[in-house]
Design a protein around this ligand. Sequence first.
Ligand SMILES: [Ca+2]
Ligand SMILES: [Ca+2]
Length: 209
Amino acid sequence: MANIWIGLCSILALVWVSSGRIRRDDQTEVLVSDCLYSKWDAWIKCFDANDDGVVALDDLKQTSDKFIHLHELIEEEKDAVEEQFNKWWTTILLWNGNEITPDDFVTTQANAFMHDRHGFVNRMQVGEEFFNSILDTDNDGFISEKEESIFLVAVGQTDDKKNHDFFEGFTSEEKGEPIEEMTSIWVDYLTNEECSEIENVIRYLDQKD
Ligand SMILES: [Ca+2]
Ligand SMILES: [Ca+2]
């Protein structure tokens, strides 16, 4: 009996270690997988363009300005892109605040995820569709390597080879990856509790710490 008890305790300990624990506002303890925590953490850190440990409005401005410059957008396009970036960044990344730390971001994500999973997945779906529509500057329904790379450089990821290898993990088609496919990959990354997504996304984001 003692051995059975020890075995049970070991299994429970493994379950405990493999899950993140947070306390919701109503003081009900809930669990989110460590994998999902680590994916959110790696993702939000991508948007810290000035690398000061906080994702804020100055990162937004730096990214948006560089994106507009690299795409050589004309005045009307520039205003629209600025507005779209501002809307997406403040809603999806900052949760309507002015700045957020990676720790606060993952906690906020976890609370929303546990409170209403369906609503959370929908939020990520709408967010990624909107984000990819910003990246698709030529409006052909595909994210090309150039469009993806320009955003990555704009947000401070300037290693061209790494960005090229990353994009090749999505597709080798000249037109790029269809927006629906790109959106689906990222929604899966941001909502699936398993670490089973395409390897290049995990590997690329992990290298950013
Ligand atoms: Ca920052
Ligand atoms: Ca395109």
